[in-house]
Design a binder for this molecule. Structure first.
Ligand code: NAD
Length: 254
């Protein structure tokens, strides 16, 4: 699809990879609908991006919030062509932590935001996209999810996070196959280590060690590099049903 003709809903749009994606969409001439639970950051970024952007305060895990977000995109810009699922949380917790075994509540919370939230937005966006007229490439919509290198290479403390992201990676192909008859493509990006608040909160020496663990280019990824891949996926109709690793060949030792 041509970015300039498109309305893209971005969950987690208030920060990090989602924020960079929202900026890329607006700078490319498209319309961006930022969805986030962080009202202050989401509203500030949408304001900064101008009239081609909107912010909707919504929790991706809630059905009603997701419906409201999709309706807001259509209400503001007339249709929904793309969904980029960037909302996510990554708390670390060991199975046998200092204070006892991993909490089931915290495990369920990670699965809820990262996996169920992604699925919630997929099904609601797909419903809206299926009603679109086809574009010049014969498409009605494009859905892009965000997994993680942890889906394939989870570290100690990442059981919940890795499981949630493995789920996102695994649903990509079956959903793409189902959506094909609706002319909707489904892709997933699995980022490695990116310079976002999720990582920048770590101690400087940890960040340096993480950067050094990336075979090439021996640094953390930049959110704009993630956004550039989103753009490429939106614009290339042959990309479908695939999980693309965006990690500089990162393979971490346990
Ligand atoms: P981030 O923390 O900067 O941004 C995530 C955003 O999601 C935040 O604005 C947060 O408020 C929002 N969010 C959290 N829960 C939400 C909910 N229930 N509903 C709506 N919004 C919610 O993180 P990021 O680094 O930009 O990560 C974006 C995505 O990329 C996440 O799914 C993350 O797991 C994934 N990822 C990031 C990295 C990395 O290195 N930064 C690596 C691999 C995967």
């Amino acid at each position: 699809m041509k970015l300039g003709d498109s309305v893209i809903l971005i969950t987690g749009g208030g920060s990090g990879l989602g924020a960079a994606t929202a900026r890329m969409v607006v700078e490319g001439g498209g319309k961006a609908v930022l969805v986030d639970v962080d009202e202050a950051r989401g509203a500030a970024l949408a304001g900064d991006l101008g009239p081609s952007a909107r912010f909707v305060a919504a929790d991706v895990t809630a059905e009603a919030d997701g419906e409201r977000a999709v309706a807001a995109a259509i209400g503001a810009f007339g249709a929904l062509h793309g969904l980029c699922n960037c909302a996510g949380i990554a708390p670390g917790e060991k199975v046998l932590g200092r204070d006892g075994p991993h909490g089931l509540d915290s495990f369920a919370r990670v699965i809820s935001v990262n996996l169920i939230g992604t699925f919630n937005m997929i099904r609601l966006a797909a419903q809206a996209m299926a009603r679109n007229a086809v574009n010049a490439e014969g498409e009605r919509g494009v859905i892009i999810n965000t997994a993680s290198a942890a889906a394939f290479d989870g570290q100690i403390g990442q059981a919940a996070y890795a499981a949630s992201k493995g789920g996102v990676a695994a649903l990509t192909l079956p959903v793409a196959r189902e959506m094909a008859r609706h002319a909707i493509r489904v892709m997933t990006i699995a980022p490695g280590l990116f310079e976002t608040p999720m990582l920048l909160g770590m101690a400087a020496e940890v960040q340096r060690a993480l950067a050094a663990s990336v075979p090439f280019p021996q640094r953390l990824g930049k959110p704009a590099e993630y956004a550039a891949l989103v753009r490429h996926i939106l614009e290339n109709p042959m990309l479908n049903g695939e999980v693309i690793r965006l990690d500089g060949a990162l393979r971490m030792a346990a």
